[in-house]
Design a protein around this ligand. Structure first.
Ligand code: NAD
Length: 519
């Protein structure tokens, strides 16, 4: 169940917007004002008149609903809560289970115009409300007249793609992946709610930093952290030991200690490099990941693998280091280059074909809307993929049991294509798209799946704008050689992932030559 909590200072429209949203989405609405009045046996105006404004915080805290039978009674429905004051009490479960929307009053609008009572002195309420509003997932605005519609439209879009949480179950190393829209301003409070505090290094690339450094550093500062931004130049060519050394220097210069936090903000390059630094510096620092590419949100940021390139090959140096939380804000995908987004779609299609026929069908039906970056669909898509990756990782955290191997579907050929083209021609997801079609054709040749399966996969990838054919001029011998030298090949044999039907796979041991023979 998803709760939506509207927060904000008095007269910012929480009750009005809450009622409207509840009507639109057919959800129950709970007004904290009413709960306070019932508990006190008096109206809010009377409480203010008799006790003054300072009473608002403890009274609201006492009235705030706790997670329990009353909140869990309608698991299929969203619930809206509005009301006055936004107490610390219950903040932890709110940040875990609720999607928060902060409403602000514009300067032009006098709050007293909306109040049914005279304004009390506002010593303590203002800072408290302000800090909570800054922690909200999405700040709306209130203006007279059409203001309600503005807030409503914004909040509605946000609520439709309300926050989803996926748990990666790894015993003491378990963590949540939080997926939603407009999450960046709430990064600081979410991390603070996990008990993290003190110095925090926001590690990102210069390009991504220019876009997202400020809101994240600001939210950390507002939540009581001492943040520093550490940036390195953009690009895969910086995911190496030379830049790792530079990163160590900067993190130490920033005064990071054993309990300081590393917040990696970026695609797989950033999360791999920052993740490896966090895994090794001072024998391991807590880390949070804010993936900014689709590949990062559905793959690279989940599972704790960090990888550094060596002159002899990609990701040859690495460590497992699980983050404390992953915060995937789908809004950042709007600035992602189109080609990168489409390459990420390849990984989402992979989850469909290896584990989830319904997800595959959903992509077939709604692909054009996903390509238009519809927020609610993106939240759902990223969450679905994260659930699959979380399950696979939860069963085989360190790639020991072989369960994680299923994620390699399409990667045997994909890696070979990347290597043969010197990692310049294809983005990873593009090479994997060709590799998935090749894997499906090999599966068909082995009698494991029918032509219908191969055809559906090819059609969906093509519609997404992904390549599906091995480029002409690449000889079977060269392909076989490249697959043979892949680090996942053992004694010349490759554990090849076949598709049986959409959503179901199997393994077969093949030599690289046998794979190309079946293409
Ligand atoms: N550790 C793992 O489990 C894992 C899994 C998959 C991939 N990876 C690694 O991830 C890397 C690829 O990551 P990627 O596909 O996320 O690409 P990336 O990190 O290389 O980013 C791609 C490009 O997009 C830019 N960018 C990123 N987010 C942006 C945004 N929101 N707006 C504008 N520009 C943005 C980047 O600056 C970069 O130029 C590879 O090094 C790969 O080895 C690791």
């Amino acid at each position: 169940m998803v709760h939506v909590v509207l927060t904000g200072f008095m007269a910012t429209g929480k009750t009005e917007v809450g009622r409207r949203l509840a009507r639109i989405l057919a959800c129950p609405f709970m007004d904290i004002d009413s709960l306070v009045e019932v508990a006190a046996g008096r109206t809010v105006a009377e409480i203010f008149a008799n006790e003054g404004e300072p009473c608002s915080i403890p009274r609201t805290a006492a009235a705030w609903p706790r997670p329990g039978p009353s909140c869990a009674s309608r698991p299929d429905r969203k619930r809206f809560s509005g009301g006055w004051g936004t107490p610390r009490a219950g903040r932890s479960w709110r940040t875990r289970t609720a999607h928060q929307i902060g409403l602000r009053a514009s300067r032009r609008c006098s709050p007293s115009a909306h109040l049914r009572m005279p304004l009390p002195p506002m010593r303590s309420t203002l800072p408290s409300s302000a800090s909570t509003t800054s922690s909200s997932a999405c700040a709306g605005s209130w203006r007279d007249g059409d203001g309600v519609q503005v807030v409503e439209a914004e909040a509605r879009v946000t609520a439709e793609g309300a926050v989803q949480e996926v748990e990666v179950g790894l015993g003491p190393r378990s963590y949540s992946i939080v997926i939603g829209a407009g999450l960046l301003p709430g990064v600081g409070t979410r991390l603070a709610s996990l008990g993290l505090h003190g110095r925090a290094a926001v590690v990102t690339s210069e390009r991504i930093g220019a876009l997202y450094r400020e809101p994240i550093v600001e939210s950390l500062r507002a939540a009581g952290f001492h943040p520093t931004a550490v940036e390195f130049p953009d690009g895969e060519e910086h995911k190496n030991l030379a830049w790792l050394a530079v990163l160590y220097d900067r993190l130490l210069e920033a005064g990071l200690e054993r309990r300081s936090l590393v917040v990696a903000v970026g695609g797989g390059v950033v999360t791999d490099l920052a993740g490896f630094a966090a895994a090794t510096l001072l024998r391991g620092l807590p880390m949070a990941l804010v993936p900014t590419t689709l590949v990062g949100q559905v793959d690279a940021a989940i599972g704790g693998k960090t990888g550094m390139n060596h002159v002899l090959g990609k990701n040859l140096i690495g460590a497992f280091h699980q983050p404390r939380v992953v915060i995937a804000d789908v809004d950042v995908l709007r600035t992602l280059p189109r080609r990168e987004f489409i390459a990420g779609l390849s990984e989402t299609i992979k989850y469909g074909i290896i584990r989830d026929a319904a997800l595959f069908r959903h992509l077939e039906e709604r692909l054009s809307e996903v390509l238009e970056l519809r927020r609610d669909l993106l939240v759902g898509l990223v969450a679905a993929c994260c659930r699959h990756k979380a399950t696979v990782v939860g069963d085989d955290e360190r790639e020991e049991g072989g369960g994680r191997m299923v994620l390699n579907f399409g990667h045997t050929m994909g890696h070979a294509l990347e290597a043969l083209t010197d990692y310049r021609r294809f983005l990873h997801g593009e090479a994997v798209a060709i590799g998935m079609v090749a894997a499906a054709r090999v599966s068909r040749a082995l009698g494991r799946c029918g032509s219908e399966t191969v055809g559906r996969l090819e059609r969906l990838l093509k519609r997404a704008g992904l390549p599906t054919e091995i480029p002409g001029g690449m000889t079977p011998t060269a392909l076989a050689l490249a697959m043979q030298t892949d680090k996942k090949s053992v004694d010349g044999r490759i554990r090849f992932v076949c598709v049986e039907e959409i959503g179901r796979t199997s393994f077969v041991e093949l030599t690289a030559q046998e794979i190309v023979n079946h293409l």
